[in-house]
Design a protein. Structure first.
Length: 328
């Protein structure tokens, strides 16, 4: 059977690190307060002259090099982001230009923290139906540009960076086994950026009303995230006649340590099977799972035929899971 198989991973983050101790000097918070409630100790923050496309390109270069794929072999480039360089053109088109991937169709998708899994789902379908054989899927964000640095409840949560994978058509049992994506727009107001679209275009009033920044109702998002991520994890396993005991590594979206711990407990997963790097990156939205995957891959932890489960939840509201049998 021809499957969409991940053959290379890459990631890139800004050099600048903002710690909780640094935040103590900016807002009314403390390292103990942030760590206890989120599990985050530090995050990477883009500097002047650094953009989403730059980190996406660097992550893509790492994934292409690992896969042994030249950019001009790519059929598609998919960038999942809610912080594009521009409203248009798509950040994927800028990445395509940077890579000189002249044959690739390039487009962005907006599904917030679930965006990378939405991208994998699209890549999987394109490869299974024969429409493409080599696809680059990237999750990339510079969330620090839309964070309200006077709001202690949200400014501690987010970080910047990008992760990428090369997905190729391969014969065999390894690869993406299934993808499962969902949304419920009735909850859109729980996690959103109200300004800078055409409903609330960029004006002085939009700025004064702080509509350009991330708005989140944290308690409500927490409850919905835990339930939805648990359900979509079981959906992936049930679709493949597998059980939680079959999972070798669970890589959830890195949003909040309490959410991750709650999902792991509900699923009955051993702690050593749940990968967490939240304390060093914060919530990088659609970039969090591919950054974590690249990190664990390059550490040598993954083995051939390992079963990996990716699970995410984000604004929209959106959520999804992807089950992967690792190639090598």
């Amino acid at each position: 059977m021809q499957r969409a198989t991940i053959t290379g991973t890459g990631s890139a983050v800004p050099d600048r690190i903002l710690t909780n101790l640094d935040l103590e000097k900016m807002v009314d918070t403390s390292d103990e307060w942030v760590t206890t409630r989120t599990g985050i100790k530090e995050r990477h923050i883009a500097g002047d002259g650094e953009f989403t496309s730059m980190f996406a390109t660097r992550a893509a270069e790492g994934a292409l090099q690992m896969a042994g794929v030249h950019a001009d072999e790519l059929d598609q480039i998919i960038v999942a982001t809610v912080t594009p360089d521009f409203p248009f053109p798509a950040t994927a088109c800028i990445v395509q230009h940077n890579l000189k991937a002249t044959k690739a169709a390039a487009f962005d998708i907006s599904a917030a923290c679930s965006g990378f899994l939405y991208g994998l789902s699209l890549a999987d379908k394109a490869i299974r139906c024969g429409a493409a054989s080599k696809i680059l899927v990237i999750g990339a964000e510079v969330l620090s540009r839309i964070v309200d640095w006077t709001d202690r409840n949200t400014c501690c949560l987010f970080g910047d960076g990008a992760g990428a994978v090369v997905v190729e058509a391969r014969e065999g049992e390894a690869g993406i086994l299934s993808t499962h994506i969902h949304s419920d727009g009735s909850y859109w107001e729980l996690l959103c950026q109200r300004g800078c679209g055409n409903r609330n275009p960029a004006t002085q009033k939009t700025l004064d009303d702080r509509l350009i920044y991330i708005s989140m109702q944290g308690n409500e998002v927490f409850k919905l995230a835990v339930r939805a991520m648990e359900e979509v994890a079981h959906e992936a396993l049930n679709s493949n006649n597998l059980t939680v005991g079959d999972i070798d590594l669970f890589i959830p979206h890195q949003a909040n340590r309490r959410i991750i711990d709650a999902i792991g407990k509900r699923l009955g997963l051993d702690g050593d099977k749940v990968y967490v790097n939240l304390e060093r990156y914060g919530n990088t939205s659609g970039a969090s799972i591919p950054i974590a995957l690249d990190e664990v891959n390059r550490s040598g932890r993954l083995r051939k035929d390992d079963l990996l489960l990716f699970d995410a939840f984000g604004g929209g509201l959106t959520w999804g899971s992807v089950l992967v049998r690792w190639q090598s």
